[in-house]
Design a binder for this molecule. Structure first.
Ligand code: FAD
Length: 389
């Protein structure tokens, strides 16, 4: 297959230096050798195995941006980007390491006490602990302030009651950041983040591994907390009530990371499609010889190039600490919309074969759809952008 990483022919941005390129190559080789051959089985089983996580840890794919003193590789978001790009370029998008690496681990790094960081981060880097973040509830998604999960202090423990849904890595995760109300009277200011080590608590129950239209191999699940007892020492932050501020501070990276997947999947879709239309014949010539195919792919390559330049600029700003929430929302909304459009057009150029699951573009079409929904829907992104007008 044509290399998705070079399909747009753009110069590498300054943040993608030699070590980032090496990590990308290493991650690609690992994913092609260890994950891709078993991916179909994971898709069928609707879950990965723990062994893949442990191997990913051994091969440096977990916690690349966590400092070495906590077991990570001491990199930046550029390194996280390289890993996410490799996942999408190889086409194993259900492997939930992006969320583990660039969403869950940073919460612990930024808000955890020294003790918490030393306890959890090295095990997240090795893959012994698999991370998840549980915000959404059956009755509250976009309107996160409406969550009902309650954490009541009882001595040196929290007693947590409630339920969550759509939680990525929900069956495998053994370290889950739960968003809960510690003081319902105070609204957003009464919300806290509490780390649940699932192997060590009573009252924790996993619900269904949900039947989704795409990302089948990811175990996205319901979770239930019935008088679940968690030590008060597992609160993230020095005091209760910081949850919303913490969530808001981490949102730019979470949204940018959805953009990483979007632009990388766009590159893979283009690479696959260009190969396909060069090979496929109709009316005595290759499909690429029709002017419609050429014009369509010319448009898609142009739009993908605009998307990649914007993405690269967002990463540069993020690494410098200057990616504002509005621009991050633009990246999440625009790049995931672009992904939906380009993957759809690429499927069309495959004709009937594009609708067959044995062709990767079919799976990409299903996998792409959720990108406009999770991480804050694209409507919510526009709301946030509009507030800056
Ligand atoms: C596969 C998958 C994985 C997920 N992973 C996680 C996870 O790991 N952890 C987690 O906590 N959550 C996760 N989510 C949840 C996800 O973030 C929510 O589904 C999303 O935020 C939308 O919430 P909702 O589903 O309740 O939709 P709703 O909030 O009910 O929205 C329904 C519709 O109304 C629109 N809408 C809502 N409010 C407004 C408004 N003010 N203005 C305009 N339109 C509006 C929405 O855009 C949407 O189109 C995941 C979801 C999916 C599908």
């Amino acid at each position: 297959m044509t290399d998705p990483a070079s399909i747009l022919g753009l110069p590498k941005p300054a943040w993608a230096g030699e070590d980032v390129a090496m990590l990308y190559d290493m991650a690609t080789r690992f994913l092609e050798a260890e994950i891709a051959p078993r991916y179909e089985a994971f898709e069928k089983a609707e879950i990965f195995d723990r062994e893949s996580w442990l191997k990913a840890g051994q091969n440096g794919l977990l916690c690349a941006s966590i400092p070495e003193e906590y077991g990570g590789s001491g990199g930046t978001f550029a390194h996280e980007s390289a890993i996410i790009e490799a996942v999408s370029h190889v086409g194993v998008d259900g492997f939930g390491i992006a969320l583990h690496n660039s969403i869950v681990a940073p919460y612990i790094l930024h808000y955890g006490s020294e003790e918490q960081k030393k306890k959890w981060l090295p095990k997240m880097a090795s893959g012994e602990l698999i991370g998840a973040i549980a915000m959404t509830e059956p009755g509250a998604g976009s309107d996160l302030q409406g969550i009902k999960t309650r954490a009541e202090k009882d001595g040196n423990q929290y007693r947590i009651n409630g339920s969550k849904t759509f939680i990525i890595n929900g069956q495998l995760a053994n370290l889950i950041i739960v968003v809960a109300k510690t003081d319902p009277e105070k609204g957003a200011k009464g919300t806290s983040l509490i780390v649940v080590e699932t192997d060590e608590v009573d009252g924790f129950e996993r619900g269904r591994n949900l039947d989704k239209i795409g990302l089948k191999s990811n175990d996205t699940s319901e979770l239930f907390f019935n008088d679940m007892r968690v030590p008060t020492a597992n609160l993230l932050g020095a005091e209760e009530g910081q949850g919303f501020v913490q969530l808001m501070q981490q949102l730019p990276q979470e949204r940018l990371q959805i953009g990483t997947t979007a632009i990388s999947m766009v590159e893979r879709a283009l690479a696959l499609t260009i190969d396909y239309v060069k090979d496929r014949k109709a009316f005595g010539k290759a499909v690429i010889d029709f002017q419609n195919t050429q014009f369509k792919l010319a448009e898609l390559k142009t739009e993908a190039t605009i998307g990649r330049v914007f993405y690269n600029d967002c990463v540069a700003r993020h690494i410098d600490g200057g990616l504002d929430p509005v621009t991050a929302s633009m990246a999440k909304y625009w790049l995931s919309d672009l992904q939906g459009k380009i993957v759809d057009e690429c499927l069309q150029l495959h004709g009937g074969y594009g609708y067959m699951n044995e062709y990767p573009i079919a799976r990409m079409y299903r996998d792409a759809r959720v990108q406009r929904i999770y991480g804050g829907t694209n409507e919510i992104m526009k709301l946030l952008i509009a507030r800056s007008l």
